[in-house]
Design a protein around this ligand. Structure first.
Ligand code: UT7
Length: 342
C-alpha cells in the first residue's frame, strides 16, 4: 500500500456515570460472576440524559486538541463513525463542523457498527492518498445505552458509551497505513440489528424490542471466531509481513472470551493485545480508539509500534488495518519521529 496519510493525534472521552455489574444485578437476573466469566466486563460508562453522541465527540476532540496542541479549523473532512447519531439528520459530523466553526469541511456519518472506526480510517487514508483531502477528522463514538434494552439480560450487560477521535493528515514521508482487508456478510444481519424504518428483521427474529439492539450473541460469536483470524492473516499477507512483526493487536472489544479465542486461533499472544471492555464495556465504534489510548496511557504503545486494528460487528461487517502508531509529538513528552514504512 502506497499510503500518503499519517495519524497525527488522538483524544478520547467517556461519560462520568458508571454502571457496574453489581448495579445490573439490581436490574435483571444476572450476577457479577456470570458477566465477568462470560465477557470480562466489570463496568461501563453511561451518557447523561442530555448527553448524545455529538457531546461525546466534542469532548474527545477537545481532549485531542489539548494533548497534541492541534487545531481543527483547517480540517477538510469530518467522518463520524457511529450507529447512534443524535439524529438521522443532521449528521453528527455536521454538528461538529458547526461547534468547532470549521470553515471548509465536508461532513458525513459512517454506518459500519463496531467496524466503523477502522472503516473511517481506511476512507481517510484512501482520500488523502488519492490527493482529494489533506486533513481528516475521524471519530468513533456511541451512546449505545440509549438503544439498549435493559430488560434483555443477554445484551444489556455488554454495552456502554464512549468516543475516540483522531486526526489523519497528509504526510508522504511518514505514512501510518500499510494494509487493509474489508468484508461483509449481509445475510448475517439478522443476528445483530436495530429496527429503523423497516421492522422486517424484528419480525424474522421474533423479538419485540423496537428501536433497541437485538442480538443473537452465539451466532455473532461463531462468525467472529471464524472471520477475524482469517482476516488478520489477509491483512498481514497484503503487507507482506507476519503476525510476529505486530507489536499490539487491537481487536474490537466485544467480549474478552472471544478475544482469547481469536488470539488462540491466530497464534497471536494475548499479552500483546489491547482491549477497553473491562471498564468501558462494548462501545462499538469507540472500542478501538479507547483501547489504543489505554495502551498509550499505560506506557505500552510507543511511537513506531506496528498495530493491527480489527473492527467487526453488525452488518455483519469487518475491517482490519495494519498501521504504524507515529503521531506528532506531544508537548512536554517529545517522541521520536519514526519512519512508518515496513
Ligand atoms: O459488538 C457486537 C458484536 N457482538 C458480539 O460480539 C457478541 C458476541 N457474543 C457474546 O458476547 C456472548 O454470546 C454473550 C455474552 C452475549 C452470551 O454469552 P454466552 O456464553 O454465549 O451465553 P449463552 O447465550 O450461550 O447463554 C448461556 C446461558 C443461558 O442459559 P441456559 O439457556 O443455558 O439456561 C442464558 O440464558 O446463560 C444465560 N444468560 C445469562 N445468565 C446470567 C444469558 N445472559 C445472562 C446474564 N446473566 N446476563
Amino acid at each position: 500500500m502506497n499510503s500518503q496519510a499519517r495519524i497525527t493525534a488522538l483524544g478520547t472521552y467517556t461519560p462520568d456515570r458508571i454502571l457496574t455489574n453489581f448495579d445490573l444485578e439490581q436490574m435483571i437476573d444476572t450476577s457479577d460472576e456470570w458477566i465477568r466469566q462470560r465477557t470480562g466486563i466489570r463496568e461501563r460508562r453511561i451518557a447523561a440524559a442530555d448527553q448524545f453522541t455529538s457531546s461525546l465527540c466534542f469532548a474527545a476532540i477537545e481532549d485531542m486538541l489539548q494533548r497534541y496542541q492541534k487545531q481543527v479549523s483547517d480540517v477538510d473532512l469530518i467522518i463520524v463513525c457511529t450507529s447512534t447519531p443524535d439524529y438521522p439528520f443532521p449528521s453528527v459530523a455536521s454538528l461538529i463542523q458547526a461547534r468547532f466553526q470549521i470553515k471548509q469541511a465536508g461532513a458525513i456519518d459512517l454506518s459500519a457498527t463496531c467496524a466503523g472506526f477502522t472503516y473511517g480510517l481506511h476512507l481517510a487514508n484512501g482520500l488523502i492518498t488519492a490527493g482529494l483531502q489533506r486533513k481528516v477528522l475521524v471519530i468513533g463514538a456511541e451512546t449505545l445505552s440509549k438503544v439498549t434494552d435493559y430488560s434483555d439480560r443477554t445484551t444489556c450487560i455488554l454495552f456502554g458509551d464512549g468516543a475516540g477521535a483522531v486526526l489523519v493528515e497528509r504526510d508522504p514521508e511518514q505514512p501510518s497505513f500499510h494494509a487493509a482487508h474489508l468484508g461483509s456478510k449481509g445475510d448475517g444481519g439478522v443476528h445483530l440489528f436495530r429496527t429503523g424504518l423497516s421492522t422486517r428483521l424484528l419480525e424474522q427474529h421474533g423479538h419485540t424490542a423496537e428501536g433497541k439492539i437485538v442480538q443473537n450473541g452465539r451466532e455473532v460469536m461463531k462468525w467472529a471466531l471464524k472471520t477475524v483470524p482469517t482476516g488478520m492473516q489477509a491483512v498481514m499477507e497484503q503487507a507482506q509481513a507476519t503476525l510476529d512483526q505486530v507489536d499490539w493487536f487491537i481487536p474490537h472489544s466485544a467480549n474478552l472470551r472471544m478475544i482469547e479465542s481469536i488470539c488462540e486461533r491466530s497464534g497471536y499472544p494475548l499479552e500483546q493485545t489491547l482491549y477497553s471492555l473491562e471498564y468501558f464495556g462494548n462501545t462499538s465504534a469507540a472500542t478501538i480508539p479507547l483501547a489504543l489510548d489505554l495502551g498509550i496511557k499505560q506506557g505500552k504503545v510507543q511511537s513506531g509500534d506496528k498495530l493491527l486494528l480489527f473492527g467487526f460487528g453488525g452488518g455483519l461487517v469487518y475491517a482490519g488495518l495494519l498501521i504504524t502508531w507515529n503521531p506528532h509529538s506531544q508537548p512536554g513528552n517529545r517522541q521520536e519521529e519514526i519512519n512508518g514504512a515496513f
